[in-house]
Design a protein around this ligand. Structure first.
Ligand code: PLP
Length: 432
């Protein structure tokens, strides 16, 4: 009945997550509150992992794209599931390191890593640095030489694929700030340069065509293009690239109408293309890496809010104001992302009202959604916005000096705090 498997209703008619009563959680920890079902996160990790075993004979690695939701606890969960980890900044890298994440399974991405970030990556010994451009390549070689190290790298490639998703989350096309273009010869130039550097070891190629993608075909197409480039490199240089990272971007169900592909069938179809293309091109099948972020964290999370005023503007709309908003979930403001919501204490009742859910920031665009269906809602009600596990906490801000909410994990019917709620002291911590 709900969009995520981890949600249910108990005898009191309250919404549950991982079997835990959300009204109880709101009372115990306050609102706004992010709640995530650890078992759901682990199920998704293991689904991906099994499909690598099944379709690539275990010759691959699932890395969790930590930008979707990053804190020490989820790094520990990903590590214990045997996943690798993607990081895109010193902050994410430091979090992983402090969580004890095995550094050899970390991929460091980013289109403009600073010298400090690259230095930290070499110092920690991250597994792979995904180099975005020629400037970074030269920097990294110099840095690695000065430390007497070899940097194991991937190149971020733009395969020139249109992933049929929102413009702001499309990344595979030539007009993108990410990566090296194939069409212009820039990517081949980078490969040749890397092969000439003494302190660089070119391990693999990477592409990531976008996010919240529902079709399999762009992934298949990207795999073909990337393998074609591996074959071309082999022909032109004699060097055979052994690893291929096909990125993340698998779509999830935010609203009932969304119909994402089963991860297993995505893996089955793409692996078939990989296997046949490698045969056709007479190259060895590379070790395959995939990088799901949203699809691991997203469905596992919800956000709980307390309703303040309900403002009915006759013939126009009804605003339901909540104690959070764009500071804890900027996705509607950024991309008009759709969500489902409900009154947590009457979760099973029909959602007959149509409302706009508004945050508390001084911005008219501070909305969680418009035209949202919900039960009859009154001041003081707890509402739940669903599938907020990804790109909510990680995109949160302190705009209007609003402290960030706490994050709770539930597992096996028990709840625990994994990120503390910010306090007013935290808000002025760095003020002098
Ligand atoms: C964001 C990102 C991902 C994860 O994308 P999802 O849509 O969350 O699965 C994977 N790889 C790279 C390089 C990314 O930038």
């Amino acid at each position: 009945m709900f969009i995520s498997d981890c949600l249910g209703i108990n005898e009191a008619g309250h919404l549950t997550i991982g079997g835990v009563d959300t009204i109880m959680l709101a009372e115990k920890y306050g609102t706004p509150l992010y709640v995530m079902d650890e078992d759901d996160i682990r199920r998704s990790c293991s689904l991906y992992k099994k499909s690598i075993d099944k379709y690539y004979d275990g010759q691959g690695l699932v890395t969790y794209a930590s930008k979707a939701f990053c804190c020490k606890e989820i790094c520990k969960v990903a590590a214990s599931e045997g996943l690798g980890l993607d990081v895109v900044s010193a902050g994410e890298l430091y979090t992983a390191h402090e969580a004890g994440f095995p550094m050899e399974k970390v991929f460091f991405h980013g289109n403009n890593k600073t010298m400090e970030e690259l230095t930290l990556a070499l110092e920690y010994g991250v597994g792979r640095i995904v180099v975005d451009n020629l400037t970074e390549l030269a920097f990294l070689n110099t840095l690695a030489r000065s430390q007497g190290k070899t940097a194991n790298i991937f190149f971020r490639i733009k395969p020139g694929i249109d992933a049929h998703t929102h413009d702001f989350v499309r990344t595979g096309q030539i007009d993108s700030k990410f990566g090296l273009a194939l069409e212009t010869g820039e990517a081949m130039e980078a490969v040749k340069e890397a092969l000439g550097y003494e302190n660089i070891c070119l391990k693999g190629l990477h592409c990531h065509i976008g996010s919240q993608i529902f079709d399999i075909e762009p992934f298949e197409h990207a795999a073909q293009v990337m393998l074609g480039f591996i074959a071309q490199i082999k022909t032109e240089t004699g060097y055979e690239i052994g690893e291929l990272n096909l990125g993340g971007g698998f779509g999830i169900k935010y609203i009932t109408e969304h119909d994402p592909v089963e991860y297993d069938s995505y893996m089955q179809k793409v692996s078939a293309v990989v296997n046949s293309t490698c045969k056709d091109l007479a190259i060895k099948r590379p070790f395959i890496i995939i990088e799901p972020g949203r699809s691991i964290a997203g469905p596992a999370g919800i956000t709980l809010y307390t309703v303040g005023a309900v403002k009915e503007i006759p013939h126009i709309r009804t605003y339901v104001s909540i104690d959070g908003g764009m500071t804890d979930n900027p996705r509607y403001a950024l991309y008009q992302s759709e969500y489902e919501c409900l009154v947590a204490s009457r979760a099973g009742e029909p959602r007959e009202k149509v409302v706009t859910i508004a945050g508390k920031c001084c911005e008219s665009g501070d909305l969680i959604g418009e035209g949202m269906h919900i039960q009859d809602v009154k001041p003081g009600d707890i509402i739940a916005v669903l599938a907020t596990g990804a790109y909510n906490y990680s995109m949160s801000s302190n705009y209007n000096r609003i402290p960030k909410p706490a994050v709770i994990f539930v597992k096996g019917g028990k709840d625990r705090l994994v990120v503390k709620r910010e306090t007013l002291e935290d808000i002025i911590r760095n003020d002098l």
